[in-house]
Structures are given as C-alpha cells and as structure tokens.
Design a protein around this ligand. Structure first.
Ligand code: CP
Length: 309
C-alpha cells in the first residue's frame, strides 16, 4: 500500500488500511524484539527530538529506544533545563530547534491540538505523543497490536473502556481505532466522568460498570488522572475501587477468556486490584512491549515513506 501521511497526529486521520499497515509492521518488530536484537541502521543519520511538556515514562522512553534501535540520534528536550524556563514561547522554541538538524519531533503537551498546530509550520515529521484530552495515537496502535497478538478477531470483539472517559485521550484514540477495525465499544464509569454526548464517538454507554465489564471480551481500565481531578468527580479512592474498580472476585466469576488492559501508569488497588495486574488474563505488560514495536513501526514508516508535504 501507499503510505500518504507526513505526520501522525491522531487515529482520526488514519484509514482502516493505514492502521492494518502499521499493525503488520509493529507485529514484525514485536517478533524481532523477542530475538534480543542489537539494533538496525535503517534510519541512521536521522535525528529525533523528544519534546515532552507533560511527564511520561512509557511513551518517552519507548520512542527513545525505538529511535536508537533503528539507528537514529535521539535528543530528549526537557523543559526544565531549557529556555522555556526563561519565558521562551512554544512557537519560538520549536522554530529555534527547526533551524538545527531535526527529521522528526515527538511531542506531548497538555493542550489539545498542539501537534496539529506545529505541523502547520514546521518542516519535519510531527508525532503526537498525547495532546490534552484529544488523542494519543501510538497508545491506541500499541493497544490494538496487543489485542491482535492475543488472538482476537476485531470484527467480533467488544471492548469496555472503563473510568475517566472525560479526561482521556487514550479512550478517544482507542475507540476510534477499534471502530475502524469493526469492533464494538462500550463506555462506563462514574457518571461524573462520562462526558455528555460521548455517544458521538460511536460507543454505547452502559451503567452499572459491572454490566459493561460482563458484556465485554476485553476490559480496558483507564487511569484515574489525579492531576486532572480538581473538581472532585468521586468521593474517594476507596469508593472508586469499590464501585468502579475491577476486583478478582468478578474476574473469577467471568472465567479465563476475558482479558484485562490498562495504558499505565496503574493506580494499584484503585482502577484494578493489584493482584490482577500480573494475572494471566492481563495484557498490561504486553502492551508495554508492543509500545516499543509500534513506535519503531511509526518512525520507520513516516521517515521512509511519509510524504514531504
Ligand atoms: N500510557 C502512557 O502514555 O504512559 P506514559 O505517560 O508513562 O507515557
């Protein structure tokens, strides 16, 4: 197939074929990583800048590793040690960097739309690593790859996305991706964290949470974003765990076939009972491994096949 995107800004702009193409490459890289490789040189001479204006472990480190495994030079730009601290604007910061040697920029920012904004005037590839409450496309791609590798048939799959839908770019990107592949999406959680009109994303809203979980093949738990909970959407962590969290009694009732996913970082004992994180039905650690593979696939595809304009 012909890859026609210069940037990766969101799942919304990818077709079903684009998603399938990245999953196929990601799957090959996942197998390749199993063989403990020492790295490739397919992107030797290219420079990647990681620009994270919000904290990250999984996404930032895996983009750095992905770039290095493909032979790239990777620069981690940290706002704390930059002239952002002296008041330099985002636009001036990125325009300054663009006059150096940059081939691709991975950006995470608390404001929705920043990667799109940057793509309008920067000459290199922009990859969205999470923008506000809008999208986190590589998270959705790695989630889809972990599902695919667990043996699901997307056209007969129901995924229940549970929790803080209101603030979740993960929920948005994943639900778009799943529906493009023909799957059914259910949303559930505390009513205060389910935005009015969420049905426009194409999923069904089901209360109570346990019913949504029971109907699903995969229970996808979202992190409670403590940093965005200033309005007090639920009374306490204990109450969240009791009424909206996944516990082992329920999983035991539902048997062996139901899978558990979570994008991380996990609030153990809140969204999910701690013992279920490493349960045999959990894909959480596989998601991390798929993250590295998918980010290799994305970098390789954009830099080798992404259109210049
Ligand atoms: N899931 C995810 O984006 O994790 P990080 O914030 O650690 O990158």
């Amino acid at each position: 197939m012909m890859w026609k995107h210069k940037h990766l800004l969101g799942m919304e702009s990818l077709s079903r074929e684009d998603i399938g193409y990245l999953l196929e490459k990601g799957n090959a890289y996942r197998d390749y990583l199993e063989r403990s490789p020492k790295g490739e040189n397919v992107l030797q001479g290219y420079f990647l800048i990681n620009m994270f204006f919000e904290s990250s472990t999984r996404t930032r480190v895996s983009f750095e590793m992905a770039g290095k495994l493909l032979g790239m030079e990777v620069i981690n730009f940290t706002t704390d040690a930059s002239s952002v601290q002296k008041g330099e604007s985002l636009r001036d910061t990125v325009r300054t960097l663009s006059r150096m040697k940059v081939d691709a920029m991975v950006v995470r920012h608390r404001s929705s739309g920043i990667p799109f904004y940057l793509s309008q005037f920067l000459p290199f590839h922009i990859i969205n690593a999470g923008d506000g409450i809008r999208e986190h496309p590589t998270q959705a791609l790695l989630d889809l790859l972990a599902m695919q590798r667990s043996g699901v048939d997307f056209s007969h799959l129901t995924v229940a996305i549970i929790g803080d839908i209101l603030h979740s770019r993960v929920a948005r990107s994943l639900s778009i991706g799943l529906q493009k592949l023909g799957s059914t999406v259910i949303f559930s959680g505390p009513p205060t964290l389910i935005p009015r009109g969420v049905e426009v994303l194409g999923g069904e809203v089901i209360y109570p949470v346990e019913e949504a979980m029971e109907r699903a093949d995969i229970i996808y738990l979202l992190r409670i974003q403590k940093e965005r909970q200033e309005a007090g959407y639920f009374p306490s962590g204990q109450e969240y765990a009791r009424y909206f969290g996944l516990n082992s009694n329920a999983m035991d009732r539902w048997g062996k076939n139901k899978k558990i996913m979570h994008p991380g970082p996990v609030n153990r004992g809140m969204e999910i009972a701690s013992c279920l994180v490493e349960d045999e039905r959990s894909l959480i650690e596989e998601q991390v491994s798929c993250g590295l593979a998918v980010r290799m696939a994305v970098l390789e595809t954009l830099l080798q096949e992404g259109k210049e304009s």
